[in-house]
Design a protein around this ligand. Structure first.
Ligand code: NJP
Length: 234
């Protein structure tokens, strides 16, 4: 497994679980998100030289500054990037505001693009690295109320597939991890138990389940590319 990793959206939920799992496996982790206090506490808890990087992934300048900081502190681009930061604001297309739609694309699609674009040239140049994309069951299936999210996650899935094609044989590996519903704070304002359309919270996957999938993918020997993992609840 790589020695250094950057995890976006690591202040809570799935990203925090991934950061903990990678840190627990011996990687030095850069935890990136907007919530400074939560990041600082998580980096301290994980230890092993973990760093907190405050950054809004929808802000190109902020991403460029974060990338430069990580590269300076690590002395290199990370061995592993986990593009996990995301948001989910379900609404029918006809009632989705343009601002909500734009925000979904900015956070769920352009943010991951900015991070990989910043790190990939060096990864490809040195012939090693691993880009993990956290997609969704909704990155290929149409669910009602999911227009803005699906537009972003279908796009992310597409970009990931293109990267896989471009990077095959380069030494840089790519893995798409697409979970079903996971019990995190993303559901806090959606009330999954009250709406009937979503699985109840106690039927959902746990953040640690997704983290184990990521750990599996990045722990394989260099000859193995785990192209994709889809995690459904049983
Ligand atoms: O979400 P949540 P999850 N810039 O809300 C960060 C996908 N997924 O862990 O900035 C930077 O607990 C935010 O940090 P902060 C989902 O689409 C989930 O459930 O401090 N960071 C926090 O750390 C997403 O891609 C489910 O607010 C930003 C994190 O992102 C990933 O899993 C199902 C940011 C969100 O934590 C993690 O989701 C599925 C920004 N602009 C896919 N905006 C599920 N939970 O059911 C947000 O199929 N963050």
């Amino acid at each position: 497994m790589g020695r250094t990793a950057l995890v976006s959206g690591a202040s809570r939920g799935i990203g925090l679980a991934i950061a903990r799992a990678l840190g627990g496996a011996g990687a030095r982790v850069a935890l990136l998100a907007r919530s400074a206090d939560a990041l600082k506490a998580a980096a301290k808890e994980i230890g092993g030289g973990a760093i907190d990087v405050v950054c809004d992934v929808s802000d190109e300048n902020a991403v460029n500054e974060a990338v430069a900081r990580v590269r300076e502190i690590f002395g290199e681009v990370p061995d592993i990037i986990v593009n996990n930061a995301g948001n989910f604001r379900p609404a029918a297309v006809e009632v989705t505001s343009a601002a909500t739609f734009r925000e979904s694309i900015a956070v769920n699609l352009i943010g991951p693009f900015l991070l990989v674009r910043a790190f990939l040239p060096r990864m490809a140049g040195r012939g090693s690295g691993h880009v993990v994309t956290i997609g969704s069951m909704a990155d290929r299936h149409a669910y009602a109320q999911n227009g803005a999210y699906a537009a972003a996650k279908f796009g992310l899935h597409g970009m990931h597939e293109v990267m896989r094609t471009e990077l095959r044989g380069s030494g840089v590996r790519t893995t798409l991890v697409s979970p079903g519903a996971v019990d995190t704070g993303i559901w806090d304002n959606i009330e999954p138990d009250g709406r009937g359309r979503y699985p109840s919270k106690n039927a959902m996957l746990l953040p640690e389940d997704v983290a184990q999938a990521v750990l599996f993918a990045v722990s394989q020997p260099p000859r193995v590319n785990v192209d994709e993992l889809r995690l459904a609840h049983s």
